[in-house]
Ligand binder design. Structure first.
Ligand SMILES: Nc1ncnc2c1ncn2[C@@H]1O[C@H](COP(=O)(O)OP(=O)(O)OP(=O)(O)O)[C@@H](O)[C@H]1O
Ligand SMILES: [Mg+2]
Length: 220
């Protein structure tokens, strides 16, 4: 087994005028290739903060993150963006689709970071088909349902065939059938890569190899 994600003593606090908020406190976690790990916990306990820090998107206040044995925060911003594009797929809780790009171009967006947009078109179309979006390719996000946006966000995260997939409530807006499609996809992904998934759904936790509970910024 190889370790795809290693988090050591991670702390993240957000400075606020009224005093800083300690969102994540001394969290250590290892996710091996082949693992699907779910994180559960009440609203505000630090799940998204942990995922963003793991995904090279939010510099920790203390502690260390290693993705494929590389500390992304030791890289320059440009190198880190490229490292992320190659290694990490991220499904945001609020999707963060580009509002003026249609479905196909949103799915293709990570290829732009690698200058490989044309070469990924076939894969983007396959992912759109897998998630039931083939007849929505020319819609911009405002012309999609919430669940459709969520599926575009997952397709985009998978485009560059990353080794680590970080997903923040990826089935939160889906009906049972589409939720199953997404969960099967995450399980399949974890055969060759690794998944760290925030979820409140018992159904999603059932698919995971390990379920971790987070309370007050700490993993139990
Ligand atoms: N940018 C920020 N500035 C200040 N405080 C923040 C910021 N982002 C998050 N927080 C605070 O940090 C804590 C953890 O937030 P986080 O978004 O990680 O929680 P969460 O577990 O993902 O919650 P939810 O289940 O509602 O998505 C919360 O108390 C939140 O108010
Ligand atoms: Mg969250």
């Amino acid at each position: 087994m190889s370790t795809l994600l290693k988090i050591e003593n991670l702390c993240k606090s957000y400075p606020r005028p009224e005093g800083s908020i300690q969102a994540v406190h001394e969290v250590s976690l290892t996710v091996e290739r082949g693992e699907f790990v779910a994180v559960q916990g009440p609203s505000g306990c630090g799940k998204t903060t942990l995922l963003l820090a793991a995904g090279a998107l939010l510099q920790p206040s203390r502690g260390r993150v290693l993705v494929n044995d590389v500390d992304p925060y030791s890289l320059s911003p440009g190198q880190r963006a490229r490292f992320r594009a190659v290694n990490v797929g991220f499904v945001f809780q609020q999707f963060h689709l580009v509002p003026y790009l249609d479905v196909l171009d949103n799915i293709l967006a990570p290829a732009l970071a690698l200058g490989a947009k044309d070469g990924r078109r076939t894969r983007a179309l396959e992912l759109a088909a897998q998630f039931g979006l083939s007849d929505r390719l020319r819609h911009v996000p405002s012309g999609l349902s919430t669940g459709e946006r969520q599926r575009v966000a997952l397709a985009r995260a998978l485009l560059n065939q990353p080794s680590l997939l970080l997903a923040d409530e990826p089935t939160g807006n889906l009906d049972k059938q589409n939720g199953q499609v997404v969960l099967r996809c995450l399980t399949e992904f974890a055969r060759t890569g690794a998944v760290l998934c925030v979820t409140h759904e018992p159904q999603a936790a059932d698919h995971a190899d390990r379920v971790l509970n987070m309370i007050g910024g700490k993993l139990q």
